[in-house]
Design a protein around this ligand. Structure first.
Ligand code: NAP
Length: 255
């Protein structure tokens, strides 16, 4: 990639813990570069990162193109959630139209290990169809996807999300408004307490929500693993360190 342009303004598309780490590291290490962190605005309680922040959609690809041009953005860092595919697609499209550099942080996916019983499904819709009749499911799929499951009211579901659902859940389901626990013991307790027979999760990757998978393995609870959506080609990094190296090379290339 040609990194001979100056690097004056980075747009960091956020929504993950890695994005928050990157915001802090970039602000510290590349203080001369303007950084704007962008959140979708789904989660109300946003962290104060001590850097300029914008909240809410850009208005599709055209809106993002206008933003990149008006704000003279030189580099987009896409550190959104692996299932926030629309934002990632828009970023590639808008970067192409405006000749803006882009790097996408892609967390490695989770892989099955000894003791896991996973059924891979292509989508949340497929996961809802695959749930056996009258099962007791732990639906760890997020607020935006839960509506795809609510017709399965033959099943009991434990539902965990950060913000409340937009529409009511079946009366006999149990809602927990919390972030995923990092404690395997706590996750095991939750699965046991609700007599869960199936865990449904997206293949988000990363450490912060892996405890439930370890708990399911220990209790031999089968898991429906939702595959990641396909994304267009782009430069990618698999860790925050790799992204920072990319930024460093960009800055060095500008000297
Ligand atoms: P999405 O479908 O990719 O994005 C929908 C729209 O939200 C985008 O087109 C964009 O609106 C806006 N948007 C998303 N991320 C943005 C950002 N960082 N800054 C500004 N605008 C942003 O993603 P989603 O609807 O948020 O979520 C899809 C899936 O990802 C869900 O399953 C969700 O659970 C998961 N997820 C998302 C996030 C997140 O922060 N987005 C975090 C955790 C999990 P415009 O088209 O108007 O620009």
């Amino acid at each position: 990639m040609d990194l001979t342009r100056t690097l004056d303004h980075i747009l960091l598309l956020a929504g993950t813990s890695e994005a928050r780490q990157l915001a802090k590291s970039i602000a510290q290490r590349f203080a001369a570069v303007k950084l704007t962190v962008s959140f979708a605005g789904v989660v109300k309680d946003l962290p104060d990162l001590g850097v300029p922040t914008r909240i809410g959609g850009f208005g599709g690809v055209d809106g993002l193109v206008s933003y990149l041009q008006e704000k003279s953005v030189d580099l987009i860092i896409d550190a959104t959630h692996p299932f926030a595919a629309q934002m990632s697609r828009h970023a590639v499209d808008a970067a192409g139209q405006t000749d803006t550099h882009l790097i996408r942080l892609e967390r490695p996916i989770w892989h099955e290990v000894d003791g896991d019983t996973w059924q891979h499904v292509a989508s949340t819709t497929a996961a809802a169809e695959a749930l056996p009749k009258k099962s007791r499911a732990f639906l760890s799929v997020g607020r935006k996807e839960i509506d795809k499951f609510t017709y399965r009211d033959d099943c009991f579901a434990l539902v965990r999300m950060i913000e409340p659902p937009e529409r009511p859940l079946p009366d006999h389901w149990h809602l927990v408004l919390e972030r995923p626990s990092k404690s395997v013991d706590a996750e095991r307790h939750l699965l046991k307490h609700h007599k869960i027979t199936h865990l449904v999760t997206k293949n988000s990757g990363g450490a912060s929500s892996y405890a439930k998978i370890e708990a399911a393995r220990q209790l031999q609870v089968p898991l429906l693993m939702i595959k990641r959506p396909a994304l267009p080609d782009a430069d990618t990094a698999s860790s925050t360190a790799e992204v920072l190296k990319f930024v460093e090379q960009f800055v060095d290339g500008c000297d």
